[in-house]
Design a protein around this ligand. Structure first.
Ligand SMILES: Nc1ncnc2c1ncn2[C@@H]1O[C@H](COP(=O)(O)OP(=O)(O)OP(=O)(O)O)[C@@H](O)[C@H]1O
Ligand SMILES: [Mg+2]
Length: 252
């Protein structure tokens, strides 16, 4: 399967844990740019789908194509190398390093320089420029010299996203990026994520439906492991099966 314009295509994906089928025959078509939301009640299988896409878990059945290539059997490292990156998992923020140092560590790791005991000044200067560019692009420029642990919560999340971008992703997987945030942080992190959508394909699991309706181009609704609706939020939210799934679910 290699439809132009799609970053990721998934067909017939399922995951069994013992007797329990957590993901059932899931299909997804994720465009090369834009935000695809995944919503659904607690326990619907959303995170399990991310775990399969990053190969943290092997699927029981199904096929995954990334830009037309079958990646179903690749290892997690190979998946990450192709540019499928999950935020808040691979990227760790070091609390006692400054914002800029965190970015430099992420960039060094991406460049494979971490284990090199001598480094040329030129390479380090380039890393420093790139780190500043990335920081400015996410609105953290003025915080470059602040220790990560001293950042307010929303900006810490922003730093996590920036260190993820240092890995040069093509597809970003965000699992509840707004979890635990107040209104102001939600507004700034959602506009940041929206601004990334021109350059990256983004899949975002999110419970906050007003955020989903604001920034997602399309959504898939998961319920009991199955995709029960797919399309723009405005259409999907009118679907009666979707309404029923939410009434049956714990929240959403
Ligand atoms: N490693 C595992 N072993 C056994 N069962 C699992 C495992 N991982 C997930 N499950 C089960 O699979 C189901 C789906 O879990 P998952 O975490 O994917 O849901 P979710 O949609 O992300 O929910 P939430 O909105 O609460 O994060 C749940 O019933 C969960 O208990
Ligand atoms: Mg989850």
């Amino acid at each position: 399967m290699s439809d132009v314009g799609y970053a990721l295509q998934v067909r017939g994906l399922s995951k069994r844990f013992g007797d329990f089928l957590a993901v059932k025959n899931v299909s997804l078509d994720i465009r090369a740019a834009g935000i695809h939301g995944i919503i659904g009640p607690n326990g619907a299988g959303k995170t399990t789908v991310f775990n399969i896409l990053t190969k943290f878990l092997a699927p029981t059945t199904g096929t995954i194509w990334f830009h037309g290539q079958d990646i179903t059997r690749l290892t997690p490292v190979e998946i990450a190398r192709r540019g499928i990156v999950r935020s808040f998992q691979i990227s760790a923020v070091f609390p006692n390093l400054t914002v800029l140092q965190n970015l430099e560590v992420a960039l060094q790791r991406q460049a494979g320089l971490a284990s090199q005991f001598w480094r040329s000044r030129k390479i380090l200067a380039q890393l420093n420029d790139r780190a500043f560019d990335l920081l400015r692009s996410v609105g953290l420029g003025e915080f470059w010299n602040v220790k990560a642990k001293s950042l307010p919560y929303g900006r810490k999340r922003t730093l996590e996203i920036a260190t993820t971008l240092a890995l040069e992703p093509k597809l970003l997987l965000l699992d509840e990026p707004m979890a635990g945030m107040g209104h102001e942080d939600i507004a700034s992190v959602s506009s940041l994520i929206r601004s990334l959508a021109d350059r990256y394909a983004i899949i975002m699991i999110e419970h906050n439906l007003s955020v989903v309706s604001d920034i997602c181009d399309r959504i898939s609704v998961l319920s009991r492991g199955e995709v029960i609706a797919e399309g723009p939020y405005s259409e999907v939210s009118r679907n009666s099966a979707v309404r029923d799934a939410y009434i049956g679910g714990a929240d959403g």
